[in-house]
Design a protein around this ligand. Structure first.
Ligand SMILES: NC(=O)c1ccc[n+]([C@@H]2O[C@H](COP(=O)([O-])OP(=O)(O)OC[C@H]3O[C@@H](n4cnc5c(N)ncnc54)[C@H](O)[C@@H]3O)[C@@H](O)[C@H]2O)c1
Ligand SMILES: [Zn+2]
Length: 367
């Protein structure tokens, strides 16, 4: 199966996202084709190292590209200034310069962390993403946002730093735990709901196969390509997140509040977003933006996502306070993303108080 190429961004900052099975075996050749790669600092986490490092190393070696592998522990805790600092030390000791390239092999944690290091070491090295989780493939590797977390909040220290290329090997998903896969699939459903009625139809047919990992290669690649295209289109039109890019936050206002109120542990991001999307559907209908039938169809799709394992319920007050703190809110209002149809979306300034009934309903419905 050939790979698909989707272009992101404009002018000098434009790059291609290649999606296809087996691309990890082609990393060396693709880097050569990009030119000016220098040496490679291959950054990954310990789980992905064990599973997927070998083909990347072999391909770099075969292309005559010198590389050094830097491994961080798996998990969100690695997205820190402390880990970045230890990577800087290894880069300095390894003699890396700004003409060299960081290759990020892993999920969103590795992509954000390695991207942040690439953006800041010697004022910017080349960056290539090799995303290995569904979430990283359809979301975090596209759009050029890189960051580390701060003790006072997630993603608070970062930059917009586009990669030179994204090589998405869909076969890496074979080893991804089911729960991580369903979590990433929530972002695919989000993309469909905000922008692509045809992708929504495919999901209605193939959701369980995609979530459980039994879908064939073509079906998987097609869903990923379409999600990538949607995000590529939105971030190309709004590179610095001024307006349009907001629609990518569908389901995320409440999703983020639930993640922070449960202490970023019991809920995976996509699981929180599924709950957030349910609330956003109710709000869209209440505001008269979405028909009852369309709401029902979207809810039926979301009902097929597995419930997360039981976790202590956050309080109504806590969730509402977190909504008010959301960094995306403007003054007293929250810029809330609503659906205006299936595959269509818009933003609506809302007083967080207007979300109270929907939030209560969502908390009631928690497992
Ligand atoms: N930059 C952006 O625009 C953006 C967008 C969305 C999310 N994010 C960030 O992404 C991060 C979450 O990313 P994630 O969900 O990929 O988490 P992750 O990177 O922590 O990966 C999840 C787990 O899966 C493991 N893993 C990765 N690939 C695997 C594979 N192929 N097989 C088996 N195991 C594998 C990892 O070791 C890890 O334990 C968060 O920090 C979030 O803030 C960034
Ligand atoms: Zn998300």
């Amino acid at each position: 199966m050939a790979s698909a190429s989707i272009s992101v961004g404009q002018g000098e900052r434009a790059y291609a996202v290649e999606v296809g099975p087996g691309l990890l075996h082609e990393v060396g050749g693709r880097l050569r084709a990009l030119g000016k790669h220098g040496r490679v600092a291959l950054i990954t986490d310990a789980s992905v190292e064990r599973l997927w490092l070998a083909p990347v190393r072999a391909s770099l070696t075969a292309a005559g590209i010198d590389s050094q592998t830097l491994v961080v522990p798996p998990g969100e805790a690695s997205k820190s200034l402390a880990t970045a600092d230890s990577l800087y030390t290894q880069l300095i000791q390894g003699g890396f310069t700004r003409s060299d390239t960081v290759v990020a092999l892993g999920g969103g944690v590795v992509g954000d962390l390695a991207g942040f290091v690439a953006a800041t070491y010697h004022r910017g090295m080349g960056l290539v993403h090799l995303p290995t989780t569904l979430l990283a493939q359809v979301d975090s590797s596209i759009g050029g946002k890189v960051a580390v977390d701060h003790a006072l909040g997630k993603n608070l220290v970062g930059a917009f730093y586009p990669p030179r290329a994204v090589l998405t090997d869909t076969r890496t998903l074979a080893s991804l735990p089911k729960r991580e896969r369903w979590s990433g699939l929530a972002e695919v459903a989000k993309a469909a709901l905000i922008a692509d009625a045809e992708l929504l139809q495919w999901l209605e047919r193939d959701l369980e196969a995609l979530g459980d990992g039994t879908a064939d290669e073509a079906t998987t690649a097609r869903a990923i390509e379409r999600s990538v295209s949607i995000k590529a289109h939105v971030v190309t039109a709004d590179e610095k997140e001024q307006g349009l890019r907001m629609v990518l936050n569908f389901g995320h206002t409440l999703g983020h509040a639930l993640e922070s109120e449960t202490g970023y542990g019991p809920l995976l991001h996509g699981e929180a977003v599924v709950m957030g999307m349910r609330v956003a559907l109710g709000v869209s209908r209440t505001l008269g933006k979405l028909s009852v039938d369309d709401e029902a169809r979207a809810r039926a799709l979301l009902a097929r996502f597995p419930a997360p394992p039981p976790f202590p319920k956050p309080t109504r007050e806590g969730v509402l306070a977190a909504l008010r703190r959301d960094k995306k809110s403007h003054a007293a209002k929250v810029r809330f993303v609503v659906l205006t149809g299936l595959g269509r979306s818009d933003t609506e300034p809302l007083d967080p108080a207007a979300l109270e009934p929907a939030v209560e309903e969502a908390l009631e419905a928690l497992p």
